[in-house]
Structures are given as C-alpha cells and as structure tokens.
Design a protein around this ligand. Structure first.
Ligand SMILES: Cc1ncc(COP(=O)(O)O)c(C=O)c1O
Length: 394
C-alpha cells in the first residue's frame, strides 16, 4: 500500500467524534457502531484541506467546474453512469436530503414505504414529517435478504403510497440489488406513480463479484421518477464535512426539491466539504481500491473467526457496505440479555438490530471499517463473554 496504513490505530477520543463519545460506557469499550471508519482519509484530501486552511479566508463558497468534472467522472468511471451537471443539487447530508424530499414531494399524511430492517433515519424522516409509514419487510432466504414483491405492490396499492425510500446497497443487511430486482421495483413504482428516493451513499462498497447499479440508470422512465442521493462521506470518511450530491434528472422534481431547500435556508455548501469531495473524487481511486481490499480481508477474518470460535453467531454474508449483520438467535438469550452481553460483558458498542426495525431483534450491526487488530480484540471479548453464559451446552 502506498502512503496509507489501515492497520494503524488512531486514537479518536477527545476529537469530538460521536463514535467515541462514551458517556456512561466503560472507558475501554471497543466502538464498532456508527457508520464512519477508524482510518485516516486519503492524503490528497488532507493536502487540499491544508492548503485551504493556509489561505485563511473561508467565506461563502460554491463548487467550480473542476468539482463537477470530478463528481461526474467518478460515477462514469466507477459505475459507467453518465450523469449531467444540471441534475446535481447540494445538501449538507443525505439524511437532510431525505427530509427535504419527503417535505417537498409528498403531503402531510401521504404514505411512504420502506423495506425494514433498514437504516433508522428512514423511519424518522417519514414520521417526523407527519407522513404515514408503510413497511414491507425484507424476507431472508438462506442468508440472503430479498424484497417480497407481492407484499411490496399490495402495500403500495392498499395505502396509496406516494414515495418509496430505497437503500441501495442496503444498510444493515448488506444487499447489493441486482438489475432485475431494481427493474421490478421501478416497474411497480411507475405503475402506481410512486416516486423513488434511492439512497446510494454506500455505492462504492461492494465485495468482489458484486456490481452496484445506480437506480437512475435502470431506464429513462425510472430516471424521470427518482432522486438518487450520493455522498463521498462514507467512501472517503468525510461525514463531518457535510457534503452530499443529490441527482435529480426531472426538472419539475428538482425545482420542488430546490424550493424546499431554499425555505429551509440552505444555500451555500461548506467550503471544506466541497474541496474534500473534489480531491477525493479526483485522486482518491487508488486509496479506495486498497481500502476495499483491506475490508475484504476484515470480512474474511470475521467469517473465519466466527466459524472457528463462535459458530452459534451467524454472519449474514454482505454483498456490500462495511457494516455486517450478525444473527445471535443461536445463543438462546432474550433481547435484554443480549444487550447486557454485548455492552457490559464484552464491552463492545455495536448497533442493536432493533433500531433497524422489529425484524432486527437478536441481530447486531457491526462496523468492520477498523484496524484488524481491533476486530480481533472485539471478537475475543465476544467469545469470552459467550463462553461465560450460564447453562449453555454448546
Ligand atoms: C444508508 C445511509 N444513508 C445516509 C447516511 C448518513 O448520511 P449523512 O451523514 O450524509 O446524512 C448513512 C450513514 O450511516 C447511511 O447508512
């Protein structure tokens, strides 16, 4: 690897980061929850930010031509997807964009559909804005979560659903949706005039043999009825810089979305976010390719560790994302006992599966974007805690 070392342990405590904001947890807790990485960003990003800091004036800013070249070039080279500059709207985050979409493109009490178990804020953006939440749970078949298309369409019709929020790739179950699945979603949504908001923030994280397909590229018709939310924040570990790129090909939908942004008072993106995004999409490719290899190694490490030492914990094989979904049903504990085992006995900070919907009971989401030695310690602690569960036969 060039100038980066993903094995390096970087102490993030005391840097105002959420992931290590321990409060009432033990000091030696290992933190593998929220989706940011414990890796230093690629050198080109740091260089661009340092240069700007040196300049010393940070007034209102907006992206230049180089920004759009970098952004569109990234999606074209990584996904073979030709997007246009006019489609791009900036927001300070993807969750911000989801809220803006719900407020600008549905009415109070309109129904919005999601596929749980799914990223918690999907529930919040619907409910906090006074819309009706409709859930079509994914079904797991032999370790692969799938859409129940019969249920999906029935719920749309029964509830007169106006909007569908898709997570692609899907956090927390790690699905990378196949073309035929996306086509089927698009057909059903077009048939019933449902607008699709596709959150593609994890698009760059796919494991070998998987290919992320942007929803916009499914068909011209689908493109005219969707919004695709992207950001460099997961890929390049820039979440604190608050920079997202929202692609909206349909001019009327784009105008409605922009209108709501303006009512919210958002106009100028953060200058550091712009520069970091531009540098990452221009020069970050080799860093990302190495990172993907490292994550693949982490995944293989977890897979074999569980097989050898914790066979009662089931790994749902991810096709993408650096978040893994572990099934703890095999331990014979209830939800409260599992939480106690993870947080107090093993001193791990994971995401309780229940936050992603009731289907997540007795699952935990684990962020594997950490140095491998930390993962080893975390799994050792888990194995030790499991070994001490009273009255376990296996
Ligand atoms: C699916 C998904 N969307 C959005 C976000 C957060 O995006 P942002 O920080 O840009 O609001 C996350 C972070 O974990 C995520 O997993």
């Amino acid at each position: 690897m060039e100038n980066w070392n993903f094995d390096e342990i970087i102490d993030r405590r005391g840097t105002y980061c959420e992931k290590y904001n321990f409060q009432d947890r033990p000091e030696d807790t290992l933190s593998l929850w929220v989706a940011d990485m414990d890796f230093r960003v690629c050198p080109s990003v740091t260089k661009a930010l340092c240069q700007r800091v040196e300049h010393g004036v940070y007034g209102y800013s907006s992206p230049g031509e180089e920004y759009y070249e970098a952004l569109l070039g990234w999606f074209s080279s990584r996904f073979g997807w030709k997007a246009e500059k006019e489609w791009v709207v900036h927001t300070p985050g993807v969750v911000y964009a989801l809220n803006t979409a719900v407020r600008s493109l549905t009415e109070p009490n309109d129904a919005v559909l999601i596929l749980p178990p799914v990223y918690r804020p999907f529930f919040n953006v619907v409910q906090n804005n006074g819309r009706k939440l409709v859930e079509s749970p994914l079904v797991e078949k032999e370790g692969v979560y799938q859409v129940n298309f019969e249920d999906f369409e029935r719920k749309i019709v029964e509830n007169s659903v106006k909007m569908f929020i898709l997570c692609s790739p899907h956090n927390p179950v790690g699905r990378v949706w196949k073309r035929d699945e996306l086509e089927q979603m698009a057909q059903i949504c077009l048939r019933h005039n449902v607008l699709v908001i596709s959150d593609e923030i994890h698009a760059d994280f796919t494991y070998p043999g998987q290919q992320h397909i942007p929803f916009i590229s499914i068909s011209e018709q689908a493109a005219q009825h969707c919004i695709v939310c992207t950001a460099p924040s997961k890929t390049f570990n820039l979440a604190g810089l608050q920079c997202s790129n929202i692609f909206i090909p349909n001019p009327e939908i784009r105008a409605a979305f922009r209108g709501e942004l303006s009512r919210q008072g958002f106009e100028f993106p953060n200058v550091m976010g712009i520069l970091a995004c531009q540098a990452a999409y221009t020069e970050g490719g080799p860093w990302l390719d190495d990172l993907l290899q490292y994550l693949e190694g982490n995944l293989e490490f977890v897979r074999s560790y569980l097989r050898e030492n914790l066979p009662c914990v089931r790994l749902i094989e991810p096709q993408g994302t650096y978040l893994i979904w572990l099934d703890f049903h095999g331990l014979g504990l209830n939800a409260e006992q599992l939480e106690d085992l993870v947080s107090n006995k093993a001193r791990l900070w994971l995401d309780d599966g229940l936050i992603f919907g009731k289907e997540g009971e007795l699952f935990e989401r684990v962020n594997i974007a950490a140095p491998r030695s930390i993962l080893r310690q975390a799994l050792d602690r888990l194995a030790e805690a499991v070994a001490h569960i009273p009255h376990r036969d296996s």
